[in-house]
Design a protein around this ligand. Structure first.
Ligand SMILES: Cc1ncc(C[n+]2csc(CCOP(=O)(O)OP(=O)(O)O)c2C)c(N)n1
Ligand code: SF4
Length: 290
């Protein structure tokens, strides 16, 4: 059995005291340990942002990439070794701003990636500019008169794009977030986990005290069926006095991108010996395309 402490790297977090990223980080480590995944079986990929520092603090294979660009290298890594659990972890600026196009394509491919978005509705690392999920009227250095853009609805976007797993968590309900992450990591295909992440320094309006009385679990709703797309669409638009968390939507049996690539039927590319190819082998391959 893998112990949680095995996921602890030697680098100490620099997050502000009380940041929601601590809870997400702890939930991820506990979820991985409870799934009995050894650190070498996991790759964590991030972009740039406060939350994107998570791979530095976690003892797994890690890749800290460019802002908004975690999904393309994660896709490449997954295609190189589809036996590896690939987890993207990044902020809402990263995932729903610059990285939104990549998210749409990851969804339509149903590539086997768990996509954890630390959604604090602000740019934390760069000190508080408004983000794609900031509410209208949000006053920040880049929106001194209040944001006039309408915020992105990640759940509705993912559902419309054809995602096969869509969930939301809240780090103050750690056990629930752990269970949601475990389901996402075990899902066959792309899984979005949007996390309500309080930023205690630059978005005090959306603190723990804002979410605490509003969040409720869809799992506890009588008759809620996560395979019902129409019901999920309705819940995806619920935001205000009641904010749903949990597994909004999940369907199994949809082939992943990896399932459909004939070259991967012989096993992961990394185990197929391509690294032993000679110069002549590459020349032969090249001549097929010229
Ligand atoms: C191409 C590019 N554009 C902009 C930036 C500057 N930048 C770094 S982090 C960031 C936003 C961080 O916000 P988010 O992704 O929500 O993460 P958080 O810090 O809130 O966790 C921006 C705009 C950058 N590093 N690279
Ligand atoms: S600025 Fe916000 S998101 Fe960044 S570490 Fe501090 S509390 Fe967390």
């Amino acid at each position: 059995m893998v112990e949680v402490k095995e996921y602890q790297s030697t680098v100490r977090p620099t997050w502000c005291k009380g940041c929601g990223d601590y809870g997400i980080w702890n939930a991820l480590k506990i979820a991985l340990a409870e799934l009995d995944l050894a650190p070498h079986e996991v790759l964590m990929v991030s972009g740039i942002g406060c939350g994107s520092k998570t791979p530095d603090y976690t003892h797994v294979n890690g890749l800290h990439t460019l802002h908004g660009r975690s999904l393309p290298p994660a896709t490449g890594a997954r295609l190189a070794n589809h036996e590896m659990k690939v987890i993207c972890v990044h902020g809402d600026g990263d995932g729903y701003g610059m990285g939104l196009g990549h998210m749409m394509h990851a969804i339509r491919r149903n590539i086997g990636i768990t996509d954890v978005v630390q959604n604090n509705r602000v740019y934390g690392l760069t000190k508080g500019q408004y983000s794609p999920t900031s509410p209208p009227g949000f006053v920040s250095k880049t929106s001194p008169e209040g944001a006039i853009d309408r915020p992105i609805n990640p759940w509705a976007l993912a559902l419309a794009a054809g995602a096969t797993f869509i969930a939301r968590g809240f780090p103050a309900d750690l056990r629930h977030l752990i269970e949601v992450l475990k389901k996402a990591i075990q899902h066959h295909g792309y899984a979005l986990v949007d996390v309500l992440q309080p930023c205690v320094s630059f978005n005090r309006a959306y603190a723990y005290t804002y979410y605490q009385p509003r969040v409720y679990k869809v799992e506890g709703e009588p008759g809620y069926d996560p395979t019902d797309r129409a019901a999920a669409w309705e819940r995806a638009h619920e935001w205000g006095e009641r904010i749903p968390i949990g597994v909004l939507y999940q369907i199994e049996g949809v082939p992943t991108y990896e399932d459909q690539l004939s070259v991967l039927r012989a096993g992961p590319l990394v185990k197929q010996g391509f690294w032993q190819w000679t110069h002549d082998d590459y020349e032969t391959l090249k001549s097929e395309f010229l």
